[in-house]
Design a protein around this ligand. Sequence first.
Ligand code: IPD
Ligand code: CA
Ligand code: CA
Length: 263
Amino acid sequence: MDIKNTAINAARKAGLVLKENLGKVNRIEFKGAVDIVTEMDKRSEALIKEEITKTFPDHGILAEESDELKTTSGFRWVIDPLDGTTNYAHGFPFFCVSIGFEEKGEVVLGVVYDPMLDELFVAEKGKGAYLNGSRIHVSKVGSLDRSLLATGFPYDLRTSKENNLDFFSIFSLKAQAIRRAGSAALDLSYIASGRFDGYWELKLKPWDVAAGSLIVKEAGGVITDFKGNPYSIYSLECLATNGLIHNDMMEILSRTTVDDNAS
Ligand code: IPD
Ligand code: CA
Ligand code: CA
């Protein structure tokens, strides 16, 4: 099987297992005050890794719930086996599987699968972004006033001053509305499909954004840090928009620099 079909197959298989077990979580571990992991995060990750390694045993793998598998192949999979764990643990049906694939450090394939809606977002570098096989594009909303925005809050929000509450209150008064739906990978996919117009978040991890960032770009969206610098999956700041409201959002977000050690 090729890379793309391996990713799609793994995302669908893991997504199905997550869907079947929604509402049945009985083991939750706390990684931090509000950062949790369930047995299903681990089960999903094991399943995805097994699918990948049986076809591509020499590829590297960076996945949220285990140590990185490093290789010299130049290929690496970046996986969030369950993006939206807090939702999942509460039976709130908004979560996904996110799988990105890198060639020499550049994401060239992104797959995000929402098993509840059976929505599969796929993008390949230079080949556009697709939802269930149909081409998708970012929205045409041109003003913040008319925009539906999305965001999230970092897991250290109780202890860090850089907890996004300041930006949240500013944008609440400027946008049409804001949603905090609880899955960064779906937030990015929703930017790509025109459901959201702008999305910002701090302190995301590579597995949250690897697939989604490519899906946004391939759908004609813009993704940068808060000052407009090129985006990397290691950036502490993520601003993804339809392009039309990018400057307006940047104007607000560029007022401060996110420092991971600030408290
Ligand atoms: C989280 C979700 C959430 C975002 C957090 C992420 P997880 O991922 O994407 O929307 O606000 O920053 O860590 O823990 O559910 O995989
Ligand atoms: Ca995540
Ligand atoms: Ca996760």
